[in-house]
Design a binder for this molecule. Structure first.
Ligand code: GCU
Length: 447
């Protein structure tokens, strides 16, 4: 292990205490209203209208949208799909472990922090922050969650190896733990030098710091909250996506206090399951100014009501696009127990993912896709954006400025943005150029 220099030791001792919510007595309880059982809900074959309340009344004003429908939608998503987001802690402590001003050949400063969210045993999030040296003034930041650990984003040995459980499919990981060989395992997909060159900071944390991605083991925030009560920690009723979204929020608690960053220009980015999480995180936290769920698909940006031709093409039960029945079977821990009741009746859900994207309105959101990734249902995602757009227009801003799926590599950069390229399910350096083009357009106005 590397020994810390005196200045680093000083920095480590300098803990920044962030009074994030000032709630007396610890965490804020997340009380949800009572909703009808899944079987009692009226089937709606089309995407439910985000501007119609559960009781059938149409939303008539911006105030009603803000005060009544948004809270109702948030409660509905937590009740029927994601589970309750873990409570917001009364404070988050950001411990600066080290700061290196010579990162990326002197182009950036690397800050390594540990975010502590509660008493002993509570999840700690290792956050890696890369800030450009050459750009003066507060810069916008991409906040991302990664699958394989912060150390996979760069070969720089000063980034600590992730402590928690990791997939063995991550380069250099064996027995579900990172080894030295894991360093920089995904560096080619995270163009850090290019990101800082374009004037952005990047903050990243690993999902396993919050909840490891295992269907039969719950060892993260839910295990901690359950405090030994197994009934409160059932792997099939925990909702890892909600936990990970909570992780994004705790990082935001810190990022908004960081003077090198522009607190009004925080973008949440995530790939695949992390994209589902980035969208949920943005939907529930308006401090996130822009969201880029990349190839997020089912349970995120794609419809729950999958078109029959994609859900069951030859009547042989093997879908082209992922359905909720399939995702609930493969990844039961991502959603709560209630969601499983919709496996054979997605039309009973009182929302579709257009309602989740609508919770981001009027903030910019980009759904980005790949042609060969039909599993993530790129056409269905476009339909979701079309069904979200009326909410943006209702709030007086542009929505989706495209009538049909654009040609490959042509970014639709309206507030509801869409992009599709050739190729497979992956996040590449080229995708990052698109993310930055989208952010340039929307963040430029905020400077
Ligand atoms: C699986 C899963 C998807 C998910 C993806 C990923 O393919 O079915 O829903 O998005 O993994 O996270 O890579």
């Amino acid at each position: 292990m590397k020994t810390m220099s005196n200045s680093e030791i000083f920095l480590a001792a300098f803990a920044v205490c962030l009074l994030s919510s000032l709630v007396a007595g610890g965490a804020t309880a997340n009380k949800l209203p009572h909703f009808a059982d899944a079987a009692a809900l009226t089937p709606q074959p089309n995407f439910p209208d985000p501007l119609v309340m559960l009781d059938g009344h149409r939303v008539k004003s911006r105030a009603q949208w803000e005060r009544e429908r948004r809270p109702e939608l948030k409660a509905l998503f937590q009740h029927y799909m994601y589970g309750a987001l873990p409570p917001r802690p009364s404070h988050v402590t950001a411990k600066l472990i080290a700061e290196h001003r010579d990162f990326l050949g002197g182009k950036a400063t690397l800050r390594l922090l540990t975010l502590e969210t509660g008493s002993a045993g509570a999840p700690r999030i290792d956050l890696m922050l890369v800030v450009p040296n050459q750009h003066r003034g507060p810069v916008p930041v991409f906040l991302t969650m990664n699958f394989c650990g912060n150390h996979a984003l760069t070969a720089d040995t000063r980034v600590p190896l992730t402590r928690g459980w990791l997939y063995d499919s991550c380069k250099g990981c064996t027995n579900n733990a990172a080894t030295e060989a894991a360093r920089g395992g995904q560096a080619q997909d995270w163009p850090l030098a290019r990101i800082v060159e374009r004037g952005y900071a990047l903050a990243s944390f690993c999902s396993s710091d919050v909840d490891s991605d295992r269907k039969d083991v719950s060892d993260g925030i839910y295990a901690w909250l359950a405090n030994g009560d197994e009934a409160k920690n059932s792997p099939a009723n925990r909702g890892s996506i909600a936990a990970w979204a909570w992780g994004y929020h705790r990082c935001v608690d810190y990022l908004v206090t960081e003077l090198a960053l522009d607190s009004r220009r925080i973008a949440a980015v995530g790939h695949s399951r992390n994209g589902k999480t980035a969208l949920l995180a943005a939907a529930f936290d308006e401090r996130i100014a822009l969201a880029i769920p990349h190839q997020a698909g089912c349970g995120g940006t794609a419809p729950n009501r999958v078109a029959p031709a994609l859900a069951n093409p030859q009547g042989n039960g093997r879908p082209i696009a992922e359905t909720i029945a399939v995702i609930n079977k493969s990844f039961p821990h991502w959603f709560n127990a209630e969601f499983k009741k919709f496996n054979d009746a997605p039309e009973r859900l009182p929302f579709d993912q257009n309602c989740l994207a609508a919770l981001c309105a009027p903030r910019p959101v980009l759904f980005s896709n790949a042609l060969e990734d039909q599993w993530a249902n790129p056409n269905g995602q476009f339909a979701i954006l079309q069904a979200t757009s009326p909410v943006y227009r209702f709030l007086g801003v542009e929505g989706l400025d495209a009538k049909s799926v654009p040609p490959l590599r042509k970014l639709v950069d309206s507030r509801l943005g869409y992009y599709i390229r050739e190729g497979k399910h992956s996040m590449t350096a080229d995708d990052w150029e698109v993310f930055m083009n989208f952010a340039d357009r929307h963040f430029a106005k905020k400077k």
